[in-house]
Design a protein around this ligand. Sequence first.
Ligand code: UT7
Length: 335
Amino acid sequence: MAKRAEITGIAHYVPDQVLSNFDLEKMVDTSDEWIRTRTGISERRILKEGATSDMAAKAVQALLANRGIGAEEIDVIIVATVTPDMFFPATACLVQDKVGAKHAWGFDLSAACSGLLFALVTGAQFIESGAYRKVVVVGADKMSSIVDYKDRNTCILFGDAAGAILLEPTDDMSVGMIDRVLHCDGSGRDALYMAGGGSLNPPTAETVAQGMHYLFQDGKAVFKVAVVGMADVSREIMDRNGLKGSDVDWLVPHQANLRIISACAERMDLDMSKVMVNIDRYGNTTAATIPLCLSEWWQQGKLKKGQTVVLSAFGAGFTWGSILLKWSLANPVAH
Ligand code: UT7
């Protein structure tokens, strides 16, 4: 019998250290006013010690505690990240070891800001096929490790965080992951990338001198396609499921820019009161933004069982997509 993948646990981790717009004013030629009005960001978190797997492991440990299960029950760990600890071994292996998931296998998935969506859809396949019963999907990025803090175009945007989601099977076909729309278009490769370090430009003193180990973004070019891409895909998933704006309880958009988020909400006929926004406190944490929103809203009792939720993202690649969920995890505040 067909199974549905539902979210049965959610948690996140953010480092303690805050990097505010005022701190950035002392580092590059920028202002708190410019950053807030152009992006919606006031501050972001920075991981000083450790790597992506440390944040991911903390998020997974919190997830296991919330769900009340042991690490040895996990079957699969998928880590969406563009900042793996190393090229190999996979960050998923490091997380597996750090949390003691001794029966799990896993792998990393690279889809930048859409990574969490790609990983959720991938994880759901393992559940829907009946192959596995407990799949942990992590979105984690230590963006501070690839950002040039001398480049005002990018250093104001990004932060570090991790979010973790547990997927399990249910026979109830009215809940869980109902639909998904995913895309990629590699012709967008020149707008957002990190040139150095890979097989195209292996690291040398010269690649480092040229700053090729930092991310590059043509912000204006990405902005235009992100607005259209995220809005189109969100509208598409609503239309093909017969949903109007009033039927959607929450839009959970990737947090890249408040102006992109508002444009997407407008296209979906959604009031901003139904849109999860925490970009002001965390900036763009790449694969972590969506689980970070879901986890905070759930912990605060605002994301409730039975609600209709649309997740949407746009990122490097280009990659973009949308997922429609019927949330089935009981509200922790209600207990
Ligand atoms: O998450 C993955 C996908 N990424 C995105 O979706 C990001 C998409 N892009 C954006 O969010 C926006 O393009 C940015 C926030 C990156 C930039 O905003 P913008 O409104 O597109 O600004 P801009 O790049 O067109 O720059 C406008 C002006 C320029 O000055 P001139 O040429 O008009 O004199 C920039 O040099 O603002 C200047 N500028 C800054 N000024 C103060 C650029 N960065 C800064 C800064 N502080 N940090």
